[in-house]
Design a binder for this molecule. Structure first.
Ligand code: PNS
Length: 171
């Protein structure tokens, strides 16, 4: 059987259980799966690329054929540089489809030899996104079942209020 190397690109700011579910599914059907974090995003990230990379490495350590990397510039150029054959993307709901189709067709226009493969995460994660995780956490909601433990811990560390010295605030 042909051995297929795939790239799973994204922002992963932060990694969610939905991403992880897709990584696990991808690790089962691809010979090698490279999770590639976009470096030159215009968005203001919550976690820097090094932090995102560490969290991904910890959460995916159990799958020996999964590797974490970063990329900038055009995704298809990175795919070719990696000598990979496919791009993996997740589709949670029909609302994802239009954007994903647009990206897949643009990537095909840029390089017809690169295929995009879509997989569906478990339906329990169909509503889950990094944006909502950040919003829920910032507003005090629990993200326990939404992100892996290493991400939850980092979220707490990032947002934990600085403890005031014992005598501060007293008059
Ligand atoms: O997690 P995201 O934000 O949905 O991931 C989007 C990503 C990183 C896959 C997309 O922005 C991307 O591929 N960027 C690289 C630039 C590129 O190749 N653009 C043209 C193809 S549409």
């Amino acid at each position: 059987m042909k051995q297929i190397k795939a790239i799973y690109p994204g922002s992963f700011d932060p990694l969610t259980n939905g991403h992880l579910d897709l990584i696990e599914r991808g690790s089962k059907i691809f010979h090698e799966l490279v999770v590639a974090i976009l470096r030159n995003s215009e968005k203001e990230p919550l976690f820097d690329v090094a932090e995102r990379r560490e969290m991904l490495a910890q959460a995916t350590a159990r799958w020996p054929n999964v590797r974490i990397d970063t990329f900038s510039g055009l995704l298809v150029d990175y795919v070719l540089k990696q000598k990979a054959h496919a791009i993996l993307r997740g589709i949670r709901a029909i609302s994802d489809y239009e954007y994903e189709l647009q990206m897949a067709l643009m990537n095909r226009k840029l390089n017809a030899s690169v295929e995009t493969v879509f997989m569906m995460p478990a339906e329990a994660y169909s509503y889950l996104s990094s944006r909502l995780v950040k919003e829920v956490f910032r507003l005090g909601g629990s993200v326990r079942d939404l992100v892996p433990p290493e991400v939850e811990e980092r979220l707490h560390n990032k947002f934990r209020p600085v403890a005031l010295p014992a005598n501060q605030g007293k008059h």
